[in-house]
Write a protein that binds this ligand. Sequence first.
Ligand code: NAI
Length: 287
Amino acid sequence: MDIKSVVVIGAGTMGSGIAEWFASQFVSVELVDSNQEQLTKAITQIHRSWEKLVEKEKLTSCKMNQMKPFLEVKQLHQANKNADLVIEAIVENLEIKKNLFTDLDKYFSEKTILASNTSSFPITLLAQAVKEERKAKFIGLHFFNPATIMKLVEIITGKDTALQLAKDLYQWFDSKDKKPALCKDSPGFIVNRVARSFYGEPLRIAETEDQAKLKEIDHILKEVGGFKMGPFELMDLIGVEVNYSVTCSVWEAYNKSARFAPHKLQKQMVDEKRFGRKTKKGFYSYE
Ligand code: NAI
């Protein structure tokens, strides 16, 4: 398998990171978003991130200039209908995702692989939105934040996904310096299932937003636990609202088992639109 052209739908935190990574691999990528302002912001940020790498001498300006033409921003109706791979990275809402996949199924050629970066929805459920003939080419490709740095990509097969497709994608990502993992289609896959406790237990320990307590828990998990980020810092990076919706969907999928229950603080923060870094206020404040 060779992937030469990719369309990424959703130019938010994940979509823009995924697009940036593909362009850095010299794979043509078209980044699509229904919000034109978000598209402009995304391409500006990606270019800025490359320029920073050049300033830090982690990237040559020659390589940056070679990478830039591999990334374009578009509206869906302008995207290449014959792309090899489409990755959906829009809001974590089942109905909105399914509606989009019905449109994508009609728009893209039959050879195009359709993938979702969903954190928690079963791939088999999302695949209901596409025609029978597409289902073998419908798969989960779950990247981690920041997608340019985090090596893991979970590859999730739905009930009708061709196993050979999963194996081919595994090999392709492996050859591109990512660490793919084949996963079964269970709620939260591997990481987001395990990670529910990483967020849920610290929330239950802290109970409130007492800054000293949050900092202490983050500190302990980093210094003693060896994690790169503490749970509260990480929720702020992921997006409190994204994390909350993943928690709710895993919790519901496990029949509201107490071990996956969301914490009241999460809902309160979402209601107050304190999403973390993106709104400059989450568990911590950002300038
Ligand atoms: P985000 O809120 O930062 O970005 C979503 C983008 O999708 C927005 O720019 C929005 O304008 C766009 N959008 C919404 N509906 C659209 C449509 N119908 N057509 C085109 N564009 C549309 O969300 P984020 O955090 O990037 O998450 C995206 C997906 O990735 C979700 O499924 C999430 O669960 C998953 N994910 C998120 C991670 C994170 O750390 N934030 C990590 C791994 C997966």
